[in-house]
Write a protein that binds this ligand. Structure first.
Ligand code: HEM
Length: 407
């Protein structure tokens, strides 16, 4: 019989996610890279007997991530959820929705992330970064760069943009941590989402009564106008608050560690005052580290003929953009960190309609940080051995829990 075996093939599929090799904290798991060598479309076991397709190459990832037959809606049959999802998860805004609802909600918050508006924020971000470095220099050594610098920079910035009081940072950072940890139980995750949702719902209510010059006040205005429910506004707020600080914080800390481990690259960046080199270093670190490392998750909603196979409606799809960013047919010597290469085509911000809304903001924050931190503290160095650094193997976003540094 020649009938295609489809997603449940004859051989056993390797478990996903895979483990990174010890001693290679910046490289994707070798078994994952091996999948790319095996072919464009392989199968992985995501637990509890669930099998999903793995799209391994850069071009194919971009092609299918922008295919309307591929859904980001976690309630669709076959969606290869990395965690147990419940209805509570829907409070995480439009990232898990399809068009037209996704586009309707995303459009409501695109203006504050436009290039001009973000450029206007740069002097304030520089001020935040300089202020935190002043505190670092005046404080004790060694210090944990995550708590003292990497987390506060993007948290302060997203709080100002949204109109969230920074004084509440312990609360939202702790709950975000629970949400993005893969080891969190469904109940714990629901509870964290509920706390964040309640908090944002109250804040939107406050902005309805006393609006400010911030994004949540713009959403509150839409709630008043009846074009958005308060629940939806809170969901968008939760998404922006989590996405706005967790990712960038990890890029700051892990990026710093990667540079400290590649002193020639760090020196090239520190000793140049060419803004073009700073932005190419940002793109290269985004590519090389690909911190959103658990694979973009999608479900096929129609049959798709792809790479000689039929992806059936209801099959789960995983796009490991970390290996897309190491695809040797697109990036020469992909495992080399080279801050002078043109890495702008990377897929570290995803691709298609869900491509990162905050990418202009993230780039600007990272450019300010990478062009300031190593110049102001040229003797910055690790205060522990790399083997002792706790890496976030268990989270949806890769990084380090702690980065003890001194100078
Ligand atoms: C270095 C930092 C960042 C990285 C690596 C990153 C990465 C990503 C990725 C990979 C996606 C796509 C998810 C998918 O396709 O399933 C995404 C979506 C998103 N990101 Fe970011 N992000 C970063 C910073 C930010 C910032 C600062 C914000 C600001 C609030 C933000 C807001 C969002 C939003 C709202 C989405 C959902 C877009 C949609 O579904 O239409 N991100 N991000």
């Amino acid at each position: 019989m020649t009938e295609t075996l489809g997603i449940h093939g004859p051989e056993t599929a390797p478990a996903f996610p895979m483990k990174r090799a010890s001693g290679c904290p910046f490289d994707p798991p070798p078994e994952l890279t091996e999948q790319q060598r095996r072919g464009p479309l392989t199968r992985v076991d995501i637990g509890e007997g669930r099998i999903a397709w793995l799209i391994t190459g850069y071009e194919d990832q971009r092609k299918l991530l922008s295919d309307p037959r591929v859904s980001a809606d976690f309630t669709k049959p076959g969606y290869p959820s990395p965690v147990k999802r419940t209805s509570q998860t829907s409070s995480v805004g439009f990232i898990l929705m399809d068009d037209p609802e996704h586009a309707r909600q995303r459009r409501m918050v695109t203006a504050p992330f436009a290039v001009k508006r973000i450029a206007a924020m740069r002097p304030r971000v520089q001020e935040i970064v300089d202020g935190l470095i002043d505190e670092l220099l005046a404080g004790p050594r060694p210090v944990d760069l995550v708590q003292a610098f990497a987390l506060p920079v993007p948290s302060l910035v997203i709080c100002e943009l949204l109109g969230v009081p920074y004084a509440d940072h312990d609360f939202f950072q702790a709950n975000s941590k629970v949400v993005i940890n893969r080891e969190t139980s469904a109940d714990e995750r629901d509870a964290a989402f509920a706390r964040l949702g309640d908090y944002l719902r109250d804040l939107v209510g406050e902005k309805q009564r006393a609006p400010g010059d911030d994004l949540l006040s713009e959403l509150a205005e839409r709630v008043d106008a009846g074009s958005l429910t308060r629940e939806e506004a809170a969901g968008i707020g939760v998404l922006l608050l989590i996405a706005g600080h967790e990712t960038t914080a990890n890029m700051i800390a892990l990026g710093t560690l990667a540079l400290l481990e590649h002193p020639d690259q760090l020196a090239a960046l520190r000793d140049s005052d060419d803004p073009a080199l700073v932005s190419s270093a940002v793109e290269e670190l985004l590519r090389y580290l690909s911190i959103v490392h658990s694979g973009r998750r999608r479900a096929a909603v129609e049959d798709i003929e792809f790479a000689g196979q039929t992806i059936r409606a209801g099959d789960g799809l995983i796009f490991p953009t970390d290996i897309g960013n190491r695809d040797p047919s697109v990036f020469s010597e992909p495992d080399t960190l080279d801050v002078t290469r043109d890495a702008r085509r990377h897929v570290a911000f995803g691709f298609g309609v869900h491509q990162c809304l905050g990418q202009t903001l993230a780039r600007m924050e990272l450019q300010v940080v990478y062009s300031t931190l190593y110049r102001r503290i040229p003797a910055l160095r690790l205060a522990a051995s790399v083997e002792d650094i706790p890496f976030k193997h268990d989270g949806a976003v890769y990084g380090v829990y702690e980065l003890p540094v001194t100078w």
